[in-house]
Design a protein around this ligand. Sequence first.
Ligand SMILES: Cc1cc2nc3c(=O)[nH]c(=O)nc-3n(C[C@H](O)[C@H](O)[C@H](O)COP(=O)(O)OP(=O)(O)OC[C@H]3O[C@@H](n4cnc5c(N)ncnc54)[C@H](O)[C@@H]3O)c2cc1C
Length: 238
Amino acid sequence: MAKKTVEMEIEEVRTEISDTKTLKLKWPEGYEVDFKTGQFITVSWPDTPKYRRAYSLSSCALDRDFFEITVKRDGQMGTRIVDWAKAGDRLVVIEPVGKFLPVLEPDAHLLCIAGGSGVTPFRGFVREATRRGLKTRITILYSVRTTQDIIFETEFKALEKENPNFHFHVTCTRLTDSDPWTGRRGRIDSEWVQSMIEDREKTVFYACGPNDLVLRTEELVLKDLGIPENRIKTEKWG
Ligand SMILES: Cc1cc2nc3c(=O)[nH]c(=O)nc-3n(C[C@H](O)[C@H](O)[C@H](O)COP(=O)(O)OP(=O)(O)OC[C@H]3O[C@@H](n4cnc5c(N)ncnc54)[C@H](O)[C@@H]3O)c2cc1C
């Protein structure tokens, strides 16, 4: 069945970091949709209806009346959105689809591995688990170049305080030696991931973002850690 396509007004544009913004898209009057946290919408501008791109929802399925997407300035669509989108503009939206869904079971541990803007759907995961007061453990391992590139830092830290089952860890890959950052440095490696696993049987791995990060993570999880394929879910952005 064809997916519903509707025009939505951009209600708010929020700058997250210098090259990344969150758009709040207001559902039109009477719009109802059945969707799940972790899915993505497809958007186009009304003047170029054939140029469509997918964006993961950074909001969650408990959020009604609006979608949020968080976009990095990259390529044609990413640049147009970050540099030009403003409140009051309209985007054409194809309703959410996708299978990158959080397993929000009480004894599951979701180990979410993200690089750069690939962290966007994980905000939805944590938001839903926290609002519902779930026991599901969620750990985000987030690789960024520098401390200026951490998307949702304040929000994830606040969610960590609110939700004892959520943990947010950052590693920076391109800091100078003189940078005062006292946290972890270097790429996400198998030792670091391994140190987060308590019970292998209950851990579900997630990786999202540009292809190279996702492929590296798949190799790390499947080959280095010997986790079976059905325990890793990936979302490749191209
Ligand atoms: C399921 C899914 C979910 C996604 N979720 C998000 C999300 O939450 N946030 C997000 O920011 N993105 C997300 N993306 C990516 C998004 O759909 C776009 O691909 C992205 O915004 C880039 O826009 P574009 O495709 O128009 O870029 P294009 O113009 O097609 O460019 C694609 C890539 O090629 C590079 N490129 C383009 N032209 C040149 C050139 N001349 N020389 C060298 N390099 C070039 C660009 O830098 C870019 O990396 C998602 C993708 C998928 C498939």
